[in-house]
Design a protein around this ligand. Structure first.
Ligand code: PMP
Length: 452
């Protein structure tokens, strides 16, 4: 490995970063994270902070999970790669498919299609949803519905159902036939409704209205995150997902739960759908499946969806979709070890009380800091504070203010994440009470230093 001077000289020079301006990053290069331990990360300057972001909502078991590291090393020795295109497979992938079926049986899931990450999983779900209807002879069902503020990755299909125009405008035209519905976001919504239960009803009515307008027999699937993550940790009323489930069933529309963030313990349950008591038709998974130790994901489908494919015509129901790294043996081995460790440590059971601690702490910060317009969380370890320049008008705080708060918080000992005018938090699920306190006091310091 080259020394620190080399790293500083070449940082962002020859590499373009996701979600950043290449020129601006050359002017102000990103922090180099050099090592990590437990829930703490250390940068090139030797500064250590509590990782309030869990990498990118993904390092659920923390950074020191030796069994995953060992499983990856052993699998690289045994079989570093082999294709899973029809004709060959590998042992860890078979075992993982069995484990996932067990783990998500109560969510109604029966089969897994493996991918290299979340965007691939979403793409898989959208394609299989269209194919499902075609196999059944329902050729007209090609459109997709999704929620504004939703995030579903950045492939063309996922970007098309994405509900944030930042991820759309530079890449249009996107997939035709994608329609976006109001999100159950009490702080800002077109109905001016602040009561979450009533808002859930209004959003459900808007969904019915859109379906009637489009024609139910033109719609393949509806995709939603059980709790919207990147869009600002938008927590719906507990009735919301069930209402959407009922509408999908009524109109023959498949429900895809995008569990890329909410899966594997983050909400306090093993899936976000289970948290709301809903069985979707498909689930997309990534992130927590390997805790980020290896790029991996899955699209799971229900037994009923599986049956349509498995008993379908040889041409129509064959899956002409897949990735070189679908069912990658090292990824599957990492996932198996990660799932075992997640269950052994019952990380979901820690997520619930620590999530409550974080949420209550953030609400206390709102009482103290005028610039916090809204605080969201309380369902496991996903939280956001929304910064405003004026509480009455809800005008979003300036991007420079968010950066300044972020930087001070980092210096004070915690990494958080900026998403729009939100500061987002999704720490490892093994985080301790003491480490949550550090995140809260670092944020307090950032907010006190830049506007109060
Ligand atoms: N869906 C959701 C809900 C996500 O949060 C993300 C990533 N943040 C994705 C899909 C895309 O996953 P990936 O970045 O692994 O492609």
């Amino acid at each position: 490995m080259k020394d620190d001077n080399f790293l500083n000289a070449h940082n962002a020079r020859h590499m373009w970063h996701p979600m950043g301006h290449p020129g601006a990053l050359q002017e102000k290069p990103p922090r180099v994270i050099k090592s990590a331990d437990g829930s703490t990360i250390t940068d090139l300057n030797g500064h250590s902070v509590v990782d309030g972001v869990g990498g990118l909502w993904c390092v659920n078991v923390g950074y020191s999970c030796q069994p995953i590291k060992d499983a990856i090393a052993a699998q690289v020795q045994e079989l570093p790669y082999y294709s899973a295109f029809a004709g060959t497979t590998n042992a860890p992938a078979i075992e993982l498919s069995y484990e996932l079926r067990e783990m998500f049986a109560s969510d109604g899931m029966g089969r897994a299609f493996f991918t290299s990450g979340g965007s691939d999983a979403v793409e898989t779900a959208l394609r299989l949803a269209r194919q499902y209807h075609k196999v059944r002879g329902d050729h007209g069902r090609t459109k997709f519905l999704s929620l504004k503020k939703g995030y579903h990755g950045t492939h063309f299909g996922g970007a098309s159902v994405n509900g944030n125009n930042r991820f759309r405008i530079n890449y249009e035209p996107l997939l035709p036939g994608c329609f976006h519905l109001p999100s159950p976001y009490p702080y800002r919504n077109p109905f001016g409704e602040t009561d979450p239960a009533r808002l859930a009803q209004l959003c459900a009515a808007a969904m019915v209205d859109e379906i009637e307008f489009q024609g139910a027999d033109t719609i393949a699937a509806f995709i939603m995150e059980p709790i919207q993550g990147a869009g600002g940790v938008i927590v719906p009323h507990e009735s919301f997902m069930g209402l959407m489930r009922e509408i999908c069933s009524r109109y023959g529309i498949l429900m895809i739960a995008d569990e890329v963030i909410t899966g594997f313990g983050r909400t306090g349950d093993w899936s976000g759908s289970r948290h709301w008591g809903v069985q979707p038709d498909m689930m997309t998974m990534a992130k927590g499946i390997t805790s980020g130790y290896f790029p991996f994901g899955a699209c799971m489908v229900s037994d009923a969806v599986a049956e349509v494919f498995e008993q379908g015509d040889a041409t129509d129901a064959s899956i002409f979709h897949g990735y070189t790294y679908s069912a990658h043996p090292v990824g599957a081995a990492a996932a198996l070890a990660c799932i075992r460790e997640s269950q052994r440590m019952a990380i979901n059971e820690n997520a619930a009380p620590r999530g409550t601690q974080l949420f209550e702490g953030l609400k206390a910060l709102k009482d103290k800091h005028e610039m916090i317009g809204d605080v969201r969380g309380g369902h496991g370890l996903m939280a956001a504070v929304e910064l405003v320049s004026d509480r009455d008008t809800k005008a979003p705080a300036a991007p420079e203010t968010l950066t300044a708060v972020f930087n001070t918080a980092y210096e004070a000992g915690a990494m958080v994440r900026i998403g729009g005018n939100n500061l987002l938090m999704s720490p490892p699920l093994v985080i301790t009470e003491q480490e949550i306190t550090i995140i809260l006091s670092a944020l307090d310091e950032g907010l006190s230093a830049h506007g109060g």
